[in-house]
Design a protein around this ligand. Structure first.
Ligand code: MG
Length: 454
């Protein structure tokens, strides 16, 4: 096993503030390490619409070429489009993006020839090459070449269309309001939804690295314009994406924004109905609603550590049908086993077309019977063990240790306390069958964490 002392990769790729925490020289050396890790063949490289993305992409191209790799430059594309392009031609991929982080951030995401982010152990291999300075340095005759690849978005849209029933969706003549959040899906999602025969109304539809519309992360509180637009144009649904277009949140025709658990469960229910003996993968922090509906559909649920890489890798290992996260990430492996806002949109439209009722009436199962509450607290790393022991002491019933500690306080109530892997933080999630109960649980365990961390 390769163990590196220093870490560059966080939960999802390498993130930094260009020109403040890291410079372009860092990007070149890291890209040389990534090129060395890939070893042979062409690498495809894409970027999101951040202000710093083009300079970082250019530095990354140089670093990859310097390590002897040829590079296909995809330009500005959603992250899942880049990952689909990597999978389609079995080559490594690098995406310049900081996903939903504030405008000043950027980063690099590395994916393997299956399109999925490289496994955790391979992240450590890249880090080892970087910190040892053992990057391959190509000489003048073995340096890589670069070329443009202009078909990435077109192929991505065509790939999604081939996975859904276009005719059934088009017959419903849906009107869809799309809040593109000035992010990378501006160049793909509206064309996908138009190709599905829908009338498209867009908000924040110009790529802008300042994210002036509603910021790069869609959450229930900043989607009021989307909800208002859906109601005022009489649309069938609304959808909003994060900065790099891998996460999607939906709102129904009444303007109610669904959290990722709810939309994930709705799509899962539709897919499980069609797929016998199916398996769904989700992280330990998602709603228990998925177990309830999976039982109804005779399906299996696998829980992973928090983070889309863990969900994606488990989907591939267990040949699962579908995966989702509570933040709006949906993973449909027949297309590519990564979070994909475009694929999620097409699946949701197919699901609504098949059900033939308004979005607000499409929930026939008990997902809406659960309520969540969450918070995060600063905890010194030295105090984390004491905090986790104090949490464990509170456990009287079932305890799960997939990631952090999940304590069940009754049949329908749990609290998850999880130390962050990258920051001196502890995250606390609670779920119950009433908002008051979830809030009370969160309050109780926040107190336990606070007392133990002093
Ligand atoms: Mg993202």
């Amino acid at each position: 096993m390769v163990v590196s002392q220093q870490r560059l990769f966080g939960t999802n790729g390498v993130r930094f503030i260009p020109g403040v925490t890291h410079d372009l020289d860092f990007v070149i050396r890291l890209s040389e390490a990534i090129g060395t890790y890939f070893g042979t063949g062409e690498v495809i490289l894409g970027m999101d619409g951040r202000k710093s993305s083009l300079s970082i992409a250019n530095a990354a191209v140089s670093g990859l070429m310097s390590a002897g790799r040829d590079v296909a430059e995809a330009g500005l594309v959603p992250t899942p489009a880049l990952q689909y392009a990597a999978k389609s031609s079995s080559r490594g991929g690098v995406m310049v993006t900081a996903s939903h982080n504030p405008p000043e951030y950027n980063g690099l995401k590395v994916c393997g020839p299956d399109g999925v982010e490289v496994p955790r152990l391979d992240e450590q291999r890249i880090e080892k090459i970087f910190f040892e300075g053992s990057q391959t340095k190509a000489d003048w005759k073995s340096v890589g070449v670069a070329r443009q690849e202009a078909s990435v978005v077109r192929n991505y849209v065509t790939g999604i269309l081939s996975r859904v029933n276009v005719k059934m969706i088009a017959e419903r003549k849906f009107t869809v309001v799309m809040d593109l959040g000035n992010g990378a899906q501006c160049v793909a999602a509206p064309y996908l939804v138009e190709a599905l025969g829908c009338k498209v109304v867009t908000l924040n539809s110009v790529v802008d690295g300042d994210f002036p519309g509603r910021g790069p992360e869609p959450v229930q509180t900043n989607l009021k314009d989307l909800a208002l637009a859906v109601k005022s144009v009489g649309a069938d649904l609304g959808v909003a994406y994060d900065g790099d277009g891998d996460r999607a949140l939906f709102c129904d025709e009444e303007g109610r924004v669904l959290w990722g658990d709810q939309s994930g469960c709705l799509i899962a229910d539709y897919l499980l109905e069609k797929t016998p003996d199916a398996t769904v993968v989700t992280s330990v922090s998602s709603s228990q609603a998925i177990e309830i509906l999976a039982k109804k559909r005779n399906a299996k649920v696998i829980r992973t550590r928090v983070g889309s890489v863990d969900v994606s890798r488990t989907i591939l290992e267990r040949k699962a049908t579908f995966g989702f996260e509570e933040n709006g990430g949906c993973i449909y492996p027949p297309h590519v086993a990564v979070r994909d806002g475009g694929m999620a949109t097409a699946l949701m439209l197919e699901c609504l077309a098949a059900k033939g009722v308004a979005f607000s009436r499409a929930f026939s199962f008990s997902v809406s019977a659960f309520y969540q509450a969450k918070t995060k607290m600063q905890v010194d790393r030295k105090k984390v063990d004491a905090v986790m022991k104090a949490v464990e002491k509170q456990a009287k019933g079932r305890v799960e240790r997939v990631d952090g500690i999940k304590v069940w306080t009754d049949e329908r109530s749990w609290v998850l306390v999880r130390p962050s892997g990258t920051e001196p933080l502890v995250r606390i999630f609670a779920e119950s069958d009433g908002q008051d109960k979830a809030d009370a649980l969160l309050k109780k365990f926040s107190k336990v964490v606070k007392t133990a961390s002093i």
